[in-house]
Design a protein around this ligand. Sequence first.
Ligand code: SF4
Length: 412
Amino acid sequence: MAHAGDNKAIKDNLYKELELQLDLAIQGISVDAEEINKLSSDHTNALLSADASSPLAFNFVDGKIKGSGFDTGFRHQDNSIYGLESEEGKPVIYKYGKNKSRVGEIEFRNKIRHPLLDLTTRDGVPFHTIASVREDGQVHVNYSQECVLKEKGEDCFFCNYSVRNATLKTPQQVGEVFSTLYEAGVGKHLNLTSGFLFERKELDYYLDVADEIQSRTGLKEFRATAVVGAPLDFSVIDKYKEAGYFSIRMNIEIWDKNIWNTICPGKRNHCGGWDNWVKALEYAVDVFGKGRVASNIVGGIEPKNSILEGIEYKASKGIIGSASTWRAVVGSVLEGHRSPETAWHFDLQQKIASLYKRYGFSFSDLHNVSPSAGLATTIYQIEQEDFDDNGVLTPWQYPTSLKGEPASVLYL
Ligand code: SF4
């Protein structure tokens, strides 16, 4: 077992690696077609198969942070200070500048689709078009790629999510795919999300998915996070809980009320305003309990103090507040803007991790509200010294629940 002095060195190295991963996520990586052709065919195929909807996760071959938690999707960015080069067919990252330096060899993850995703639903749709499965057992479903706020011209300024006339996956398809993965012990926690549906029909949709899962698995409560907008009528929140959902996420996106009013016009106009959103979160803790309610802030649009004030307020009420790392995406109102520097984001995440500790959230809590509380979760884990003697962080895995056993018993 490593002693305290060793642990400090291990933690320092893990922080260095994590901050580098964050910098790569913010700056992106440039890749020349010529270099792609020099890679071995499996690396080339992995790179070419990635797109915005299925990012290619990677880690450093000599790194200590493997598996998911903070997902480092490989992001192409022309003219980045980082570039990918081939060394004997292996992908290696370089940093350019006055003195070009070798950062390290990387390996791509998640290249193999689980065989169960090659099955088809009762109505003939391939599973892999309905859901994806992460290495930690999280099943991710975007049930529609359309958000009605876009149609109304009221979409959130940082978002480019919506695709017009996107296919709506049926609740039966979603329930069938998750139940199959769950019963095979492959899928352990469902993250069910989308934009806003017409006439706020999300509730009906979530209830229908729950019906399908319950009738297929026999579970009264199942591990799933419903990602929804704040309702006007709070009794709706009770319905999600009664339907069997394990946790709920209502992303407020911005904490400063005035900035929120500008950046999130649709949420302002259709969800009862900022005060209603905060009250809905507090109500949800009464229904779901501490650590089973989450709300994200898009980190980098408003001042850091405001974000931290929001996260601390929520933590004091039992709500897990996270901050994602904003990058201005093409097609959003904020396209062309710049995110703050990497050091700004890293400092923010370190402060959030210490708030999680101060307010008594556990490592499981931070994952119970999928898709997890992001980068601060990994910092929290480093602070907990949850690594082996070689300094490799323990990869997170959702617990396996067995048919017929109530999840609440298994996951206390
Ligand atoms: S972030 Fe806003 S605009 Fe984007 S999908 Fe969600 S509600 Fe719609």
